[in-house]
Design a protein around this ligand. Structure first.
Ligand SMILES: NC(=O)c1ccc[n+]([C@@H]2O[C@H](COP(=O)([O-])OP(=O)(O)OC[C@H]3O[C@@H](n4cnc5c(N)ncnc54)[C@H](OP(=O)(O)O)[C@@H]3O)[C@@H](O)[C@H]2O)c1
Length: 615
């Protein structure tokens, strides 16, 4: 653990200074556990009919690496970004000391003893949640229902062609998900009845005006809900510009219009991402976006090159929305999708963001700020969300996301190195911590109901950085002690992971490796050429690994570090009991324990479904 801080003296000092404030959410003494060994449990409805109809299907980028496990090789490109984030080595990045950005979380001693009153606030409250079939909102719903069973109705907006289809999705993707096994154990035979008494599926789509809801239905919901949580998003890094803008920028506008109809609304919570900070460098504060903010303007003049325009660009969000829509008319049908993808990336980079996903999410934040009026708003900005670290059980994960394809390919011996700055930092946070922070922020600001906007970055890169070279060692440790089994049941032994700072070196390594693995080394060392078939197989494998490296580059060479002062103040305002039940102290994560005993076993169990494990 100590070695994690060797590369970041500033951060190490920061951590030491904070040691006295530690509390229960701690892994330091936890023994190795299996993902199924610990369960923390505490603890007949109607669907609403709407003629709202959605046929919007989102495209997802995917890629496969050559290997025997194609099912596992599909990459959810969610949260991946495309462009390199500058060429600075991580060791050169200075973490400037800024004053933290405002926020309204300072607390008196009496308040701290009493805490925020999370459970008290949420009891009986009505929710409207979007993105509930997705990874994060599911963890949120599970936590609410497990810890606050007296919560009011939770309306979940689901894309479906009719109510029956929405109900079917609610059951198969949420109620029957393994994530909810604690609640299933708690309620036994009455589990379905309990769940359906709380969860109300609503057919709709954030891209449509009025969310695709009929007026009567919209009014009914508007009268009942206290909190809106918008977790719906398109997380594909290079999505078509029109598609991404529709969901990530226009979606929040539609939700904000709906929020204005809600008589007793106490809070609007937007789930954003820490990477809305685009190509900002150094320590990045939890500062809200205002309409027209433009990262390229902030750094204008910092990086002057021949490609630097003479005048800083001006971002007009309304104009971008029109552009995305109107551009559709200008492209030919046969290359429309590709052109719209290129347009998104081009616009993002022009204004200082690395890809379409984070750019359109940032514009979503801007629109929320400009439309919110008196509505209290919280913006949650997690970095990369990975498997749960503790609740409802350690290691729950859905999909093969972000760093996970690399972890899995490495374990299977298919990828022995990667393009990454060894001293760089991977900013990861466990899903349950994100959810706990979300609930604490909802209660804190929902209770006060003060008009304003509060931003919380749930991130580890400043308070508890995980260096890539340390991550590589942890992966090696894990697979050395618990290797994958090949198709014959023999353990796959992996070498320690090699880290390359240049694409050229990485590419050379890939060629050597693939030739070796395919038993072609002798052939390649003689003057004889590889057969066309061999060359095709090797080239495909190399190209796919390079593609992966390219899309990860903005992360593996990321120049920003996410400050989380507001989030820490939120923790400070919690009672000891709340810290135990709703902890999100990212600083206390023991990465060795999380990566080797929680996250990778979770991936192997929930994503690979146990394939390649000892029987
Ligand atoms: N995962 C991460 O690492 C990460 C990191 C930082 C921030 N975030 C943010 O966290 C939030 C949740 O992410 P996630 O990982 O849970 O995403 P996810 O698994 O991809 O889920 C996205 C959800 O949004 C819904 N959705 C998409 N388009 C919609 C539309 N037009 N109308 C209504 N619903 C729509 C999806 O519904 P369908 O099932 O019908 O497609 C799904 O329920 C997002 O806002 C994301 O930006 C995620």
């Amino acid at each position: 653990m100590g070695s994690l801080f060797l590369n970041s003296p500033t951060l190490a000092t920061n951590k030491l200074a904070k040691l006295s404030g530690k509390f229960q959410w701690c892994f330091l003494r936890r023994k190795k556990m299996s993902s199924s060994s610990i369960v923390y449990c505490q603890g007949g409805g109607k669907a609403i009919r709407s003629s709202g109809f959605s046929s919007v299907l989102t495209e997802r980028s995917s890629s496969t690496l050559v290997g025997d496990d194609h099912a596992a090789a599909v990459i959810d490109a969610g949260s991946l970004v495309l462009s390199p984030n500058g060429n600075k080595g991580q060791s050169e990045i200075s973490i400037k000391d800024f004053d933290s950005y405002g926020g309204t979380t300072s607390s008196s001693l009496v308040e701290i003893q009493e805490g925020i009153g999370i459970v008290k606030f949420l009891g009986g409250k009505g929710f409207f949640i979007t993105g509930a079939t997705g990874f994060l909102a599911k963890v949120l719903i599970e936590k609410i229902l497990r810890t606050m069973p007296d919560v009011g109705k939770i309306y979940v907006l689901i894309k479906a062609k009719n109510m029956e289809a929405a109900m079917a999705r609610l059951k198969s993707e949420i109620i029957n998900a393994e994530l909810f096994k604690c609640l299933q154990q708690t309620y036994g035979k009455s589990y379905q009845t309990f769940m359906l008494s709380k969860l109300v599926p609503v057919v709709g789509n954030v891209c449509e005006s009025n969310l695709g809801l009929e007026e009567d239905l919209a009014n009914l919901i508007a009268n009942e809900i206290d909190v809106i949580v918008n977790s719906a998003a398109n997380t594909t890094f290079d999505e078509r510009y029109d598609v991404a803008i529709d969901i990530n920028t226009r979606g929040p506008c539609h939700l904000m219009s709906f929020a204005k109809k809600c008589q007793k609304l106490k809070l609007f919570l937007q789930v954003s991402t820490a990477y809305v900070n685009g190509q900002r460098q150094g320590r990045i504060m939890e500062k809200p976006f205002c309409i027209g903010d433009c990262i390229a303007r902030e750094s204008f003049g910092d990086f002057v090159s021949e490609n630097t325009p003479r005048f800083p660009p001006t971002l007009d969000v309304e104009n971008e929305m029109k552009l995305a829509l109107n551009s559709k008319e200008t492209f030919q049908e046969n290359d429309l999708a590709q052109k719209m993808k290129e347009l998104g990336l081009q616009r993002a980079r022009k204004f200082g963001w690395q890809d379409t996903y984070v750019f359109t999410k940032a514009m979503g934040e801007m629109m929320i700020d400009s439309l919110r009026g008196d509505i209290p708003v919280v913006i949650i900005r997690p970095s990369v969300i990975e498997s749960t670290c503790r609740e409802p059980f350690p290691g729950w994960m859905e999909g093969n996301r972000m760093m996970d394809p690399i972890i899995l390919y490495y374990g299977k011996g298919q990828l022995t190195g990667f393009l990454v700055d060894p001293n760089g930092v991977l900013d990861v946070v466990p899903a349950d911590m994100v959810v706990n922070a979300t609930l604490a922020a909802i209660a804190r600001h929902g209770m006060v109901q003060k008009s304003g906007i509060n931003v919380y970055q749930i991130a580890s890169s400043v308070v508890n950085p995980l260096a890539f070279e340390d991550l590589a060692k942890l992966l090696y440790e894990h697979y050395n002690s618990t290797p994958y089994m090949d198709s014959k049941g023999s353990p796959i032994h992996v070498p320690s992971m090699k880290l390359f700072k240049s694409m050229e070196d990485f590419s050379d390594h890939l060629w050597r490796d693939v030739i070796q693995r395919n038993g072609l080394a002798e052939l390649a060392s003689s003057d004889r050429k590889l057969s066309l078939k061999h060359e095709f197989i090797c080239r495909k494998s190399v190209e796919q690994a390079k593609y992966l490296a390219n899309i990860y580059e903005p992360y593996t060479f990321y120049g920003g570090r996410f400050d989380n002062s507001n989030t820490q103040r939120l923790i400070e305002s919690m009672s000891e009991n709340e810290k135990k039940k709703f902890g999100f102290d990212v600083e206390s994560i023991d990465w060795r324990d999380y990566i080797t005993n929680v996250h990778i076993p979770g991936l192997r169990r929930h994503v690979l479904k146990g394939r390649g494990m000892c029987s």
